[in-house]
Design a protein around this ligand. Structure first.
Ligand code: SF4
Length: 173
């Protein structure tokens, strides 16, 4: 019968985990620091081009979460852009597969200065769980020296934000 099943599902609790919402004071502090450093170094918001260099997509989910209603990336003065030609930062995830090395180098060549390279996630740092595989080079460093590494499997959106703020502050001059 459909109705008992429907009633049961309507009355039961959701099976998903409750959303993880960042603490408002953490958000406010990050936003203020980023706005100040962004204005000092760039005079505008920070533009990020994401490069998936062979990740399992776990890190991508956390990067995408930066844009959801809980984090709302743009309030920090950050935005993802569709081309490396418009980016200040290349945010690289994944262990750098052999097939993606050339693409990453071309992406770097197309990015105007300052062209900061950020390795996000354990795989991008040193190959992570894919270390030793014939198909991977074992981290972003094998092709380009990163300016910042953000460890974690995967790193949380807040960790990624804190890393980007630290990068901008360190280069704000
Ligand atoms: S660090 Fe973890 S979540 Fe990110 S790509 Fe590697 S295995 Fe996946």
């Amino acid at each position: 019968m459909l109705w008992p099943k429907l009633a049961r599902n309507l009355l039961s609790r959701p099976r998903t985990d409750p959303p993880v919402t960042p603490r408002p004071e953490v958000v406010a502090a990050l936003r203020d620091r980023l706005a100040e450093a962004g204005q000092r170094r760039l005079g505008r918001s920070l533009a990020i081009r994401h490069v998936d260099a062979g990740s399992c997509n776990g890190c991508e989910l956390e990067c995408h979460a930066l844009g959801n209603v809980a984090h709302d990336l743009e309030r920090y003065g950050l935005r993802f852009v569709a081309s490396p030609r418009h980016a200040d930062v290349l945010l690289v995830t994944g262990p750098l597969t052999r097939n993606m090395a050339e693409a990453l180098l071309r992406c770097r060549a197309a990015t105007p200065e300052p062209a900061w390279i950020v390795a996000a996630g354990d795989c991008a740092v040193d190959g992570g769980v894919f270390k030793g595989s014939y198909a991977v080079l074992g981290g972003v460093e094998e092709a380009i020296m990163p300016d910042l590494v953000i460890p974690g499997c995967p790193p949380t959106p807040t960790h990624i934000l804190e890393g980007l703020v630290a990068l901008l502050e360190a280069n704000a001059g």
